[in-house]
Design a protein around this ligand. Structure first.
Ligand code: B12
Ligand code: SF4
Length: 449
């Protein structure tokens, strides 16, 4: 069978926010995972609209589309176009899982949740001519599965071709997080076995690695086992952790020894009441300054994730958070306007309270306010969000912020990393256009090291 996997993109190129480098970071790992479950005789192609144009005039036997919230609209356009020509379309992924009946209007088949069990079942039903319209996730086990088909990636189009996950989901239950909707019908955390994880790490050439797991330390026993084994591999890696886990000395030290150099941390809010309301338990009662100092001592840079617009927030939240982040030496900040993804606790509550302003999912990109906030208007929220980014990444503030580390090495690392990421857009655009992103990978490793 000729199978075409597609990751659609929000058509952003006309928007002032469009940053080609942000969308040239990671190849579509979920689709490569599904491709590994096809049969050897299948002819497979993976197309990622973030980095290439899609040809919609071809004739595959089956089109499989991944949808997350902001690309859903485009996913449906692509699906409709193929179906008009009688080509079968299957849709899965995070958004299709939370909006099953919406997805159903545009696809022959909707697959819910993780595809590891349902996708092979669907393929064999399809070959037998008896495919269903909806496949539930089913009993998922990650044991004995093949490695993702990374050979199908156009690697030169990405800065970070070596992305992987060794787990899925997270045991925590933050009310705004997609995890509590996507994993609601099964367990909320799955992991591969250690041998499989090490095999996958070793299968990727090069020193740099990005773990896309929701929470790298969710199963500390497993994480420690992995880090112990990784010590001799000379890798440098990045990934997401929670603030409380910084104080687990054994895990964080082992992670550092294994090559952990940049942590994505959901600080979310510097307002304790907002954390309580968002059920962000991993942050409650934690001393943020102490955690930052600990990572600083080890030599691990921080990408801080912040949410504006939790109900307790007032108009000063943007400037207060930015000032705090600069004072604390956060290397890069990822800001979000609170976005109630369908299926999450926060969405259900807002829907009940009649607070949701739009169901145009293209606006659910964490840059727009899509619900009624008690203290901040839409204009104030979006202007505050933009101001927070502008201020944080002013050269003067990058220099000031990097000066807030104790060690000279960390100051320089911070300055180079943040400066390169945000201040050299024309260079990134040149590298992307000429398919030379691989040239920047060595520099990334050197900076992180
Ligand atoms: C990498 C990533 C990106 C990359 C690009 C995506 C890529 N190349 O895959 C970049 C950086 C571009 C990105 C951008 C954004 N992202 Co993002 N991203 C992720 C991240 C961290 C990892 C995705 C991944 O590889 N997962 C691992 C693979 C193995 O799992 P998977 O893709 O989910 O696939 C599995 C299942 O979903 C299912 N499946 C998926 N597709 C299909 C299709 C079929 C047919 C079938 C059968 C099954 C199936 O089976 C797969 C195997 O189990 C996720 C969080 C996460 N941990 O998943 C967020 C996530 C997907 N992103 C999210 C968001 C919100 C965004 C942004 C809007 C955020 C922002 N403000 O910038 C932007 C999008 C902007 C835009 N232009 O549209 C949300 C989506 C929420 C939602 N309800 O949809 C997530 C869940 C993060 C979060 N915690 O909220 N993102
Ligand atoms: S800790 Fe992070 S991944 Fe886990 S539920 Fe909370 S926001 Fe989601």
């Amino acid at each position: 069978m000729k199978i075409k996997f597609i990751l659609p993109a929000l058509e952003e190129s006309k928007s002032p926010y469009w940053r080609p480098i942000k969308y040239s970071l990671f190849p579509p790992l979920g689709l490569a995972t599904l491709a590994s479950l096809c049969s050897e005789s299948d002819e497979i192609e993976i197309v990622d609209e973030h980095v290439e144009k899609i040809n919609l005039d071809d004739e595959p036997d089956l089109v499989c589309i991944e949808s997350y919230i902001t690309n859903a609209h485009r996913a449906y356009e692509i699906a409709d176009s193929y179906r008009k020509r009688g080509i079968k379309v299957a849709i899965g992924g995070i958004h299709a899982t939370s909006m099953q009946s919406e997805a159903k209007k545009h696809a022959d088949v909707v697959l819910l949740g993780l595809g590891e069990a349902s996708f092979p079942k669907f393929l064999s039903d399809l070959r037998a001519g008896k495919a269903l319209e909806v496949y539930e996730q089913g009993e998922v086990s990650l044991d004995g599965l093949p490695l993702p088909r990374r050979d199908l990636f156009k690697k030169d189009k990405y800065l970070v071709p070596n992305s992987m996950v060794f787990s899925r989901g997270c045991p925590n239950k933050c009310s705004f997080c997609y995890v509590n909707s996507f994993y609601k019908n099964g367990k909320s955390f799955y992991a591969y076995k250690i041998d499989r994880i090490l095999e996958e790490i070793e299968s990727m050439p090069g020193k740099h690695l990005y773990f896309l797991d929701d929470n790298l330390f969710a199963d500390k026993k497993l994480s420690k086992e992995i880090f112990r084994e990784m010590r001799g591999m000379k890798k440098v890696f990045q990934g997401a952790i929670t603030i409380d886990s910084v104080f687990d000395n054994e895990t964080i030290e082992l992670a550092y020894e294994a090559g952990f150099r940049s942590a994505f941390i959901g600080f979310e809010s510097i307002n304790e009441m907002s954390l309580v309301n968002a059920n962000k338990r991993s942050n409650l009662g934690q001393d943020y300054s102490k955690a930052i100092k600990r990572l600083d001592e080890l030599g691990i840079m921080i990408n801080g994730s912040f949410i504006f617009g939790l109900d307790n927030d007032t108009k000063d939240v943007f400037d207060r958070t930015t000032e705090w982040a600069i004072k604390s030496g956060i290397a890069t900040a990822t800001n979000h306007i609170l976005t109630p993804y369908p299926g999450t606790v926060i969405y259900e509550q807002m829907k009940k309270d009649n607070r949701i302003l739009t169901d145009d999912w293209r606006l659910y990109d964490t840059r727009h306010l899509v619900f009624k906030h008690p203290n901040i208007s839409k204009e104030e929220m979006e202007a505050g969000y933009n101001r927070a980014y502008e201020n944080f990444y002013k050269w003067g503030n990058i220099v000031k912020c990097s000066g807030n580390h104790e060690e000279l090495g960390m100051k320089l690392k911070h300055l180079t990393y943040a400066g390169t990421w945000k201040k050299f857009e024309p260079v990134w655009n040149f590298l992307i256009k000429n398919e030379k992103l691989f040239k920047a990978r060595g520099m990334l490793v050197k900076t992180l090291k």
